[in-house]
Design a protein around this ligand. Structure first.
Ligand SMILES: C[S@@+](CC[C@H](N)C(=O)[O-])C[C@H]1O[C@@H](n2cnc3c(N)ncnc32)[C@H](O)[C@@H]1O
Length: 236
């Protein structure tokens, strides 16, 4: 059903519009309650100055963390394709940060920004929802300045057999049942775990994300339940 890129994009946009009110809760379940701790690690390496872009920002949880950092002197652009998700930003980000961030509804695979404007870019739990990872990473590289860094957090595939069996049971079997108790959108609680099944292993994701970048690496979290991908633009 979702094999073609434009129907996946339309489906994903509609689904996030549909579940926006329940998303943060569902995400905490799907990430074993680790989502905020992982986001914190992902933003740690990002510049505290200049323009930073939060890609596929959803309700702005990562954005809130960046803005709350006392050393952050930059400006934040918060982007998402779903109007429903982006509309949560006002309630999720304290008003003291008004004026320091700019929400933009847009497709992360076709960013409406000029070349070489940002010092850094981050994303969390977005990669497996995208239709075209190559287009995404090209766009992120295009808008970053030389030496700019992109950091992407995503659920991943554990590398240990035992952990993998436990995680798969939890992620594919148990979490949809828990999620089902709290939302009536049955297609969403089936899609969210299933989106990981077709998502490549960390090494392959790093290879795709790293095409055209100077330096790319990834760091497994909790034995590979999640991973942070770092892509450095280098001098161009
Ligand atoms: C799983 S949520 C993650 C939200 C947020 N980053 C977080 O940390 O909770 C994925 C988000 O990616 C957005 N998204 C999916 N495809 C997108 C695209 N092509 N361009 C921009 N946003 C997209 C969805 O609307 C959704 O808000």
């Amino acid at each position: 059903m979702l094999s073609d890129k434009s129907s996946k994009k339309a489906f994903v946009t509609r689904m996030f519009d549909d579940i926006s009110g329940k998303y943060d809760f569902l995400n905490t379940i799907l990430s074993l309650g680790q989502d905020n701790r992982w986001r914190k690690k992902a933003v740690a390496g990002i510049s505290r100055n200049g323009i930073i872009i939060d890609l596929c920002a959803g309700g702005g949880e990562m954005a809130r963390q960046i803005l709350s950092d006392k050393n952050f002197n930059g400006e934040l652009i918060i982007t998402d394709i779903s109007q429903g998700m982006l509309s949560l930003i006002k309630q999720n980000i304290p008003s003291e940060f008004n004026g320091r961030y700019h929400p933009v509804i847009c497709d992360a695979e076709k960013l409406p920004f000029k070349n070489d404007i940002a010092s850094g870019a981050v994303s969390a739990f977005c990669l497996r929802n995208l239709s075209d990872l190559d287009a995404f990473t090209d766009e992120v590289r295009r808008v970053l300045k030389s030496d700019g860094l992109a950091r992407h957090l995503e659920i991943a595939h554990p590398n240990n057999k035992m952990l993998s069996v436990l995680f798969e049971f939890y992620f594919y079997k148990l979490s949809p049942l828990i999620a089902r108790l709290f939302t009536l959108k049955s297609y969403a609680y089936r899609y969210l775990p299933a989106s990981l099944k077709n998502f490549p292993p960390q090494k392959k994701v790093a290879e795709i994300l790293g095409r055209g970048w100077t330096d790319t690496s990834y760091q497994n979290l909790m034995g590979g339940i999640a991973a942070i991908y770092s892509c450095k633009k280098g001098d161009t």
